[in-house]
Design a protein. Structure first.
Length: 386
């Protein structure tokens, strides 16, 4: 295993009826900004539950964070934070709302003139305004990590940020919220979490036996519960497994001591920025082609994945690796997730060129576990994904 340090300070409060504990987790003298998305929480009862727990606090609300947290919208929330002297933020939503709040947490204390520099200049955040989360849509794991991705329509950019100052103070995970989530979003959540695990696992053997099995257990569980939770989101036991898998997939644990490959995410972000395709679906478009393109360097781990996850025992290493890629794509398809860019847009001819140029502009000249995947390689993978 590689050397590593691991610290995750987020307190997880898991289970039904736990939203009421918000009041005991926020400092009594806090002035709170409650941030949420399109308003679905007002239909499923979560909004009223949260407001009830916040009744004893001085708090304001800001709604309307879009599915890909938009910079211009976040600036409006940032104005409120500064004008009203907000000193605690509560994110009530999925990964997009939580990511947006992480940006607000950082930007509120940023001393520069242009908060977008936090993303373009990769400025790590060591101290932000404290915040908590109430998770309403399992998928990204943002409720227990310190990373965030923000979009900016005017520049067609989707960029990441992070730092040790951006862990939530607490996150409330009540699986009962899953019952109100549309099937499309549940499928997205499963795909997102599954791909998160792949990007921390699908590299090369390094002898990290326990880490591999942590990752494999999450993938096996997602495969097992996927048809059940999609067919019946009200199944509390399955909802619990789904929610915890999504959190464990990206809370930092399984990436420690092993190499990682986040090239699929890097390419997927460009597709979302260009076409507005759901984040999880861009990952499903890119991942199979990425593994095909890089099968020479990934075949040993792909073969292990084939044997342990898909019970593929016959064939040599390369044959198992190819079979595993095929099984992965079929799994995404079984969730009604399309895996070709041409199934989302007719305007894709120059997409590979755009992604190559975007990578060059951002200095992504060598990514992946070996830092060897170039902008030209990214263009070829995108074109394979048509």
């Amino acid at each position: 295993m590689l050397n590593f340090e691991f610290k995750n300070p987020t307190k997880i409060i898991f289970g039904k009826g736990e939203i009421k504990k918000i009041a005991t987790e926020i400092p009594k003298d806090a002035k709170v900004l409650m941030v949420y998305g399109s308003g679905s929480i007002k239909k499923n009862g979560i909004y009223s539950q949260v407001k009830k727990t916040l009744a004893e606090f001085d708090f304001l609300e800001f709604g309307g964070i879009p599915a890909n947290p938009e910079y211009s919208v976040l600036l409006d929330a940032l104005d409120i934070i500064k004008k009203e002297n907000i000193n605690f933020i509560l994110a009530v939503g999925g990964g997009s709302v939580i990511d947006g709040v992480k940006f607000l947490s950082s930007a509120a204390l940023y001393e520069g003139n242009e908060p977008w520099d936090i993303l373009t200049k990769s400025i790590r955040t060591y101290k932000g305004i404290p915040f908590g989360t109430v998770l309403t849509l399992p998928a990204t794991g943002s409720e227990m990590n310190s990373s965030s991705v923000i979009s900016r329509k005017e520049t067609k950019q989707k960029l990441g940020m992070g730092g040790p100052g951006l862990f939530p103070v607490f996150s409330i995970l009540d699986p009962e919220v899953v019952r109100s989530i549309p099937q499309r979003q549940i499928a997205n959540g499963i795909t997102d979490a599954f791909t998160h695990v792949l990007e921390q696992y699908m590299t090369y053997p390094i002898g990290a036996l326990l880490q591999d099995r942590f990752a494999e257990s999450i993938m096996q569980t997602l495969i097992e519960i996927a048809p059940k939770i999609i067919s019946d989101p009200s199944d509390y036991n399955m909802a619990s497994e789904f929610m915890w898998c999504c959190t464990m997939a990206l809370n930092g644990l399984i990436q420690k001591g092993v190499p990682g490959d986040w090239a699929v995410h890097a390419m997927g972000h460009e597709l979302t920025a260009l076409y507005g395709i759901d984040h999880a679906r861009t990952l499903a478009i890119i991942a199979p082609r990425h593994y095909e393109y890089n099968i020479g360097s990934k075949k040993e781990k792909l073969a292990q994945y084939a044997e342990r996850i898909w019970a593929i025992k016959s064939g040599d290493t390369l044959e198992k690796a190819n079979a595993a890629i095929e099984k992965t794509e079929k799994f995404f398809n079984s969730l009604a997730i399309k895996t070709r860019l041409s199934e989302y847009t007719d305007d894709y001819t120059d997409t590979g060129k755009f992604v190559e140029e975007a990578f060059i502009k951002r200095g992504l000249n060598g990514i992946g576990e070996h830092r060897s995947l170039t902008p030209a390689d990214a263009r070829k993978i995108i074109e394979m994904s048509y």
